[in-house]
Unconditional design. Structure first.
Length: 296
């Protein structure tokens, strides 16, 4: 098997802490390892991140190999790094570092995501490519909708990543607000994954798929502890209609999906989808790919 443990996170882009009692549309962390399975609820991103950080460090200390996935995009359509004139490192990492520099997200979930989106738009074209906000947050650079205001492509930036186009039901990374939106989760989540990947306690044995591994059926070293970060989308699992809290069920089922494929020897194939060369280059250098997504 590739992994000894699986940690899956259902994220949230909320501006306030979730309710005290476990609830949907907030943060759930699923954990499946040698100690069994559990799902934990968190009201805020900071507390959830610190929990995941501690769990990953524990697994590494035990010599375990762990797959960790957050349910938001790890990249944007190809060209964002170039459009922002970010230089010096790989395109995906340049965007991650820029978001890490710009995004502020405190322990109470108070954040500046709409301000960041407006600033990035102003540097690219404006309005767009980021869009979606409450009317009170709208300005010259950030609009509540795209209708009659701009259309894609924006300065060469497509609406969808290749993996989004191949996965029915997945929404675009640019959309920050409204039903089904995932853009805020990505903008607030990427800096958190960046910090986890670079945490001094586990940095030497951490990597991000496919950016640092490429598309291969063996994305981690054959021996020794390792933490592999991979983008997930819980829509690939079927949640029973009678599940009390859908998000809680999704993280459990995602852990079970990965563990089942790992035990059957088929998980590795999901890390090496049969992409055409151009798509593979774009996905591995800046767009990313959803684990479990089959090419279109």
């Amino acid at each position: 098997m590739l992994f000894d443990a699986y940690v899956m996170i259902d994220w949230s882009g909320g501006r306030t802490l979730g309710p005290s009692r476990p609830a949907k549309d907030n943060i759930w962390v699923g954990d499946l390892g040698v100690e069994g399975a559990c799902q934990r609820y968190f009201r805020g991103r900071h507390a959830a991140t610190e929990h995941v950080r501690a769990r990953l460090a524990e697994y590494v200390d035990r010599g375990a190999r762990v797959l960790v996935g957050f349910d938001f995009p790890y990249g944007y359509p190809a060209g964002l790094s170039r459009a922002l004139a970010l230089d010096g490192v790989a395109p995906w990492r340049a965007v991650w570092d820029e978001l890490g520099r710009l995004v502020h997200d405190d322990v109470m979930n108070v954040n500046n995501r709409f301000d960041v989106a407006a600033e990035l738009n102003s540097r690219i074209a404006g309005p767009g490519p980021f869009w979606g906000c409450p009317p009170s947050e709208a300005n010259t650079w950030l609009t509540p909708s795209t209708k009659g205001l701009f259309s894609f492509p924006v300065k060469g930036l497509a609406r969808l990543r290749a993996t989004e186009a191949a996965m029915p039901g997945v929404q675009e990374t640019w959309k920050l607000y409204g039903a089904g939106s995932v853009g805020s989760q990505a903008m607030l989540g990427i800096p958190r994954v960046r910090d986890l990947r670079d945490d001094p306690a586990i940095e030497a044995v951490s990597g991000v798929w496919p950016f640092e591994t490429g598309f291969t059926e063996q994305p981690i070293p054959p021996k020794g502890p390792f933490v592999l970060h991979a983008e997930i989308w819980p829509g690939i699992v079927d949640v029973p209609a009678d599940a009390p809290i859908r998000d809680q069920a999704q993280v459990r089922l995602m852990c079970e999906w990965a563990a089942r494929h790992d035990a059957a020897g088929t998980l590795g194939a999901w890390f090496a989808p049969a992409l055409d060369p151009a798509t593979a280059v774009a996905a591995s250098s800046e767009e990313g790919w959803i684990l479990g997504c089959e090419p279109a």
